[in-house]
Design a protein around this ligand. Structure first.
Ligand code: 13P
Length: 237
């Protein structure tokens, strides 16, 4: 399974290093064979020698150049980073990233063989508009994306469930993951208010290949418990 932590705009470099070390020690001492990804803020990116993988929350589709406020491939290569998150709803909705710019980014990092976690998900009004409208909205987020790319991971994150404590029911997650699996065979993560209290149930759902965790992942101990749940579920298969 894939257990991913999106640290968003949290943790300085010093705190991130401590956090990553804590996770790495946990993985080593508990023989964790799950894929663990951590996405720190851009200014906290660093080399990591170990089992867990560090990825970037965002980067521009460029090696370098005149793109004020952005980082490019040079800044990822400096730390050996080959994993990137693309299309997170906070970037789509708060930072105004369009599908067109996401496609550019996707293709740029795909050409370089990056592992790409590509996020999709609907705002509340789309969910309330019924299944057909909602699926149409989500389908548009697959447009222009190579869904068969071998290093692709998709994360389904309903926008209304992010940071709100609200989640779809387990049945709803199962139904939508089943539908989304028809669009791509890539591993499919669920994200949106995953906590220690619901992680085990979410991970046990058919077609849920892992989780993408925000706020609850900021507690290393909680995130380690979620990694342990995934490990136990795999061991019991
Ligand atoms: P929360 O876990 O805080 O809801 O955030 C989810 C998320 O956006 C992960 O990318």
């Amino acid at each position: 399974m894939i257990i991913a932590a999106n640290l968003k705009t949290n943790f300085t470099r010093a705190k991130t290093t401590k956090y990553v070390d804590e996770l790495e020690n946990f993985m080593q001492s508990n023989n964790i064979s799950q894929e663990v990804l951590v996405f720190p803020a851009a200014s906290s990116l660093n080399f990591h020698d170990g089992e867990l993988i560090i990825g970037a929350q965002n980067a521009y589709a460029t090696q370098n150049g005149a793109f004020t406020g952005e980082i490019g491939l040079d800044h990822l290569e400096e730390f050996g980073i080959k994993t990137i998150l693309i299309g997170h709803s906070e970037r789509r909705h708060i930072l105004g990233e369009t599908q067109e710019s996401l496609i550019k980014k996707f293709n740029f990092y795909k050409e370089l063989g990056f592992k790409i976690v590509y996020c999709v998900g609907e705002p509340l009004e789309m969910r309330e508009a019924g299944n057909e409208t909602m699926m149409k909205y989500i389908s548009a987020q697959y447009e222009g994306i190579d869904t068969e790319y071998k290093n692709l991971i998709i994360a389904y994150e309903p926008v209304w469930a992010i940071g709100t404590g609200l989640t779809p029911t387990l049945d709803d997650i199962e139904a939508i993951h089943k539908d989304l699996k028809q669009k791509s065979h890539a591993p499919l993560l669920y994200g949106g208010s995953v906590k220690v209290t619901n992680a085990n149930d979410v991970l046990a759902i058919d077609n849920v290949d892992g989780i993408l965790v925000g706020s609850a992942a900021l507690y290393a101990e909680h995130f380690c418990t979620m990694i342990e749940y995934a490990q136990q579920l795999e061991n019991n298969k």
